[in-house]
Design a protein around this ligand. Structure first.
Ligand code: SAH
Length: 367
């Protein structure tokens, strides 16, 4: 039975090399195999046509090559596609493929469910089932990539799907290494973004290991409001501590931190909030990404009117900040930011309100 055999994708690159040496292979041949696994989209040892028949048979005898199971695949009217993926223990996660101009971004998950309890996020309703392993994180890319036409490539990765990546630091770091390694998926670190709700000690640790883009979900300008909408994380790491680490962050020149700010009508979208956001971000090389709240059935919050979003953005612009409004893609299939949930995601839930079109300038990161 293949299931009892080790999945070759679960090996780190070093482990794979050692395993192949044990099988009597020369060291350099690990690269040949890695290229099939990570760059040439092989889903079976039989597809590895530059390996001898005997080598392919040996690999198949000793290990298996298993991608994630695509349970459902739903396409939005705007071209965004949501994949519900099955893990081997029966848990399910979601990944979202977002085509935009000349980019093809995949938004991936880091946990089944989520450690945190942010009140505006549908994933939080699911609670934490478990952390994903590195191969399950990277597996989302491999699985989705294989569904694309040969000439089509995923260009950007955002870790903004289900879960809090920095609550699963070890596996996330290993997965990021496989993503940016030239012998792995080969993404430039500038095309990979990790989004965190603000787990302060882990932020520096992440950056020491892999210098990818960092997005921080600030979402409020006072601890009072942040405690209310992001209780777990803000009680551990209140705004001052989060901003302190952002100020101390060893950002290379020309790189900026992104602050994400979910706009919730009447909660954190006032001109006073915008003015406070200007003050809080002072001294930090950053840009602000405003995300008008994406509604879901039973959510306690509302999406602000377009003119309120614009007013908020204007205040930031007048203070000289770069502030974009994120396009909400895939809202009709619950694929936008904060709408991922492996339980309700599978069903066709209606939106609370019809999708409104935003006319405001938008950001590079559709979600
Ligand atoms: N846990 C990580 C990554 C997942 S959430 C984090 O908190 O950053 C990814 C982004 O979506 C975050 O900026 C989050 O604040 C935002 N988000 C969550 N729910 C949302 C919703 N319903 N509408 C709009 N944005 C939402």
């Amino acid at each position: 039975m293949t299931e009892s055999k080790k999945n070759i994708l679960a090996f780190s690159f070093e482990e794979l090399e050692a395993w192949l040496l044990d099988l009597g292979w020369k060291k350099y041949r690990a690269k040949q195999l890695l290229s099939w696994l990570y760059q040439r989209r092989a889903a079976d040892f039989e597809e590895m046509t530059d390996l001898s028949k005997a080598d392919r048979a040996l690999l198949a005898e000793k290990a298996s090559l298993r991608h994630l199971e695509i349970v459902t695949r739903r396409k939005s009217i705007d071209g965004t596609e949501k994949f519900l993926l099955g893990l081997e223990d029966g848990n399910r996660i979601e990944s979202v493929l977002i085509p935009d101009d000349n980019r093809l971004t995949l938004c991936i998950s880091s946990q089944a469910g989520c450690t945190l309890d942010c009140g505006f996020c549908l994933t939080a309703r699911e609670k934490l089932k478990r952390n994903l392993k590195a191969d399950e994180i990277v597996g989302q890319i491999l699985t989705v990539q294989r569904t694309l036409p040969e000439e089509s490539r995923i260009t950007n990765i955002v870790m903004m799907g289900m879960g809090e990546p920095l609550a699963n630091l070890t596996q996330v770091v290993e997965a990021l290494k496989r993503m940016i390694s030239p012998i792995g998926l080969g993404f430039s670190p500038r095309r990979v973004t990790v989004s965190t709700a603000g787990m302060v000690p882990q932020i520096l640790k992440l950056w020491e290991e892999v210098p990818v883009n960092l997005s921080i979900s600030l979402n409020a300008t006072t601890n009072e409001v942040r405690d209310q909408i992001m209780p777990k994380v803000n009680r551990l790491y209140p705004i001052e501590e989060l901003l302190k680490v952002c100020k101390a962050f060893p950002l290379p020149s020309r790189r900026r931190i992104t602050f994400e700010y979910v706009l919730l009508a009447g909660v954190n979208d006032t001109p006073e909030d915008a003015a406070r956001l200007v003050r809080l971000s002072h001294g930090i090389r950053c840009k602000i990404n405003l995300i008008p709240f994406n509604e879901f059935l039973g959510s306690p919050y509302r999406r602000p009117a377009d003119q309120d979003v614009l007013r908020f953005q204007d205040i930031l612009h007048h203070a000289g900040l770069t502030a974009t409004v994120r396009k909400s893609k895939g809202r009709d299939i619950l694929a936008a930011c904060g709408q991922l949930n492996s339980e309700v995601g599978a069903a066709s839930l209606p939106l609370v309100q019809p999708v409104r079109r935003t006319q405001t300038p938008t950001s590079a990161l559709p979600c």
